[in-house]
Structures are given as C-alpha cells and as structure tokens.
Design a protein around this ligand. Structure first.
Ligand code: SAH
Ligand code: SF4
Length: 349
C-alpha cells in the first residue's frame, strides 16, 4: 500500500500555480486547477469521487495518478473539554500529534501544529523533549495537519499555534513555507498564526522579515541565565541576553507585541522574586505574558504551582504590565496539553 502511495502525486499543499502546472503536465485544461483547489482547501473531501463538478473520466484519472493527502489518522481522542488530539501517521510510518482546541464562549478554533518528529532541545519539563529526535516534517506534512483536521471535523480552523511537537525555528524553511501555503491557500490570516520558539536567536531575526503580521511567542520560563540553563539546554547556546536583543529587533521590525511564555513549576521558578526580575528584564519590550501552570509529564518529578503562587506571581507582573494571562488547561485528560505531546496516544492518569 505504502508503495503505491509513494509513486502517486500528493496534491495537498500545492498552490494554485502548482496545480495549474500539474494540469498542463496531464493534458488537462488549466481551469480545472481552480476546481481542484476548491475541493482541496475550501470544501475538503476524502475521495476524488466526491469532487462532483469534475467529469467522471477526470476523477478516474486523478485516482490513478494522485492522492489527496499522504497522512492518515491513526488515532483520535476527544477530551472532556472538547479538545481533540490526533495521532497522525505519515507514509514512512512515523507519527506526530496535532491538537484542536475549541472554546465555549469564543468562535475560535485553534489548531496546535507540530513541526518535527521529536525534538532536539531537551527542555527538562517537556514530554516531546524526552523523546529522541527522528526528523523534520516537510512543509506539506505541516499543511496536511490543518487539512486533515478540517476534513475530519467539517469545521474551519481560525487560528494556528506552532506549539506542538518540535522546535519550529530549527525546521525554519519548511515551517515558513508551510505558513505561506496555509496563508495563501487555506486563507488563515498571518495575524491568526503564532510561532513559538525556545529561542533560536538567528532565526528570530530571519522570522522578523517574513511577514509583519505573524505573531511570535518565546518560551522564556526563567528570568536569568543560571535558572534558565537548568531548565532549557538551549540557554547554553543562545543566552537570555541574546534572546532579549533578538526580541527587541522583532518588535521593532514588525511593530507587533510578542508573547512571553512562562511555565510556572511549583518550587522551581514560581517565587515572586522571579516575577520582579521578569519585570526588569522585559521593561523595554512590548509584550503579553502567558503563564502556563506546569502540566505533569511522565518521568518528570516537577510539581504544579499552587493557586496562591500563580495569583501572587501574576499580581507582581501586573504591577507593570496588565497583559497577563494564565493559560487555560486544555485536554489534560487526554495528555494533549502543552508539553504533554509525546507522539504516543495515552490517556493521562
Ligand atoms: N518548541 C517550541 C514550541 C513547542 S512547545 C517551544 O518550546 O516554544 C510549546 C509550549 O509548551 C512551550 O512554551 C513549552 O515551553 C511549553 N511546555 C513544554 N512542556 C510543558 C509542560 N510540561 N507544561 C506546560 N507547558 C509546557
Ligand atoms: Fe522542544 Fe519546545 Fe519541548 Fe523544549 S519545550 S523540548 S523546544 S518542544
């Protein structure tokens, strides 16, 4: 089966000019590219048979030479709060997780995308970082995550966060390419897309030049070099001062407010002295700060922060910047929350 798929053209991720080229190569009129585009991206279908405005012969021909997507859903879990976690399988047998989050009082549907199978960065609190790195995803494989969810749920995704498995800025070209395709073909606005990074400094500079409306989130998690180094090995390569400098550049270049992500781990980085230090460190930046109470990860002995310490930390931050949010826990019952994506489907205990 795999073999057959690998010899066929995968249509997912193709842009209009690429679809037109595909038509010409197959002796079909160019206008058919538009029809195909509709069925791929506007009204996603599972089968060529459902593409009812295409002639029977053309549908048959397509079936012989192409597939719509190369990804399949190996497993799907639905959490109590409506969060859906998919385990997607690529033709080489590798799997990756993608999460869809919906909110009761908001019309937004946010997909949390993965960019790598595994991650090289080894942050001590993260389930993905505990897995070995296997490979980067291609732009098409990233785009397919959005297509597959839309096809499966029949709904339109409004927002994207690159906060799934992997470090997007270590798979820079494919991630940026995927963002461009998602923006042009699936028409999700750049303002609704957020890339989260642990701080790959040179690529923060590059990302600032991609599109002024793209959002950046930075996983800071500590206000100083020593503490950050204990939590995130990346600090040894790109230290916090270099990160702050790159963030300043990003803000200046794009004129956008960035998001600071800060995990609160009980007894490790949730003391109010760190909140005070953060206020000083961030004083020249334009930012929102998102506090993420630590989500339990297997093989990790960290504790969740207490409600009281979250509130105190928040109050200190709010003394200088009102834009502080505490991230809602989403999908913890299906291990779909931040940092719990391990590439295996398990119910959290
Ligand atoms: N590699 C990127 C994006 C994926 S991680 C990055 O690190 O930014 C997405 C977010 O989940 C990051 O802010 C990450 O620090 C956070 N995260 C990882 N493990 C977590 C855990 N156990 N609990 C809460 N958040 C976690
Ligand atoms: Fe990788 Fe991000 Fe997890 Fe760190 S937090 S190990 S960078 S996925």
């Amino acid at each position: 089966m795999e073999k057959i798929i690998s010899t066929k053209i995968v249509l997912a991720g193709m842009t209009t000019p690429e679809l037109e080229e595909f038509m010409v190569e197959n002796n079909e009129p160019k206008f058919r590219a538009k029809q195909l585009h509709y069925w791929l991206y506007r009204k996603p279908v599972v089968d060529f048979e459902e593409m009812t405005n295409l002639s029977k012969e053309f549908r048959k021909k397509l079936k012989d030479i192409a597939v719509i997507t190369s990804t399949k859903i190996r497993e799907k879990l639905v959490g109590k709060d409506g969060t859906i976690k998919y385990l997607l399988e690529y033709p080489d047998g590798n799997v990756v997780e993608t999460v869809l989050m919906s909110y009761e009082k908001r019309p937004n549907l946010t997909a949390c995308l993965s960019t790598q199978i595994g991650c090289l960065m080894g942050c001590v609190f993260c389930a993905t970082g505990k897995n070995k790195f296997i490979r980067n995803l291609t732009a098409r494989e990233i785009v397919e995550q959005v297509m597959i969810i839309q096809k499966d749920t029949g709904s339109t995704i409004t927002n994207l966060v690159f906060m799934g498995q992997g470090e997007p800025l270590l798979n820079y070209d494919e991630t940026v390419n995927a963002i461009k395709i998602i923006n042009s073909e699936l028409e999700i606005g750049m303002r609704h897309i957020t890339v989260s990074t642990c701080g790959i400094v040179p690529n923060i500079y590059r990302l600032a030049e991609v599109n002024r409306q793209l959002n950046l989130a930075i996983s800071l998690h500590a206000p100083d070099h020593e503490l950050r180094k204990q939590l995130m090995p990346v600090e040894n390569k790109y230290n916090i001062d270099e990160v702050i400098k790159a963030l300043k550049f990003f803000i200046k270049q794009t004129r956008r407010r960035i998001t600071i992500e800060y995990i609160l781990i009980g007894g490790i980085n949730d003391d109010i002295k760190y909140a005070k230090q953060l206020n000083i460190l961030l004083k020249d930046l334009k930012y929102n700060i998102n506090l993420i109470p630590y989500n339990p990860v297997q093989g990790c002995s960290f504790k969740k922060p207490s409600r009281e310490s979250i509130n105190k930390f928040r109050e200190i931050l709010e003394q200088v910047n009102k834009k502080v949010t505490v991230r809602l826990e989403r999908g913890t019952d299906i291990a779909a929350a931040c940092g719990q994506l391990a590439g295996i489907i398990t119910n959290a205990t």
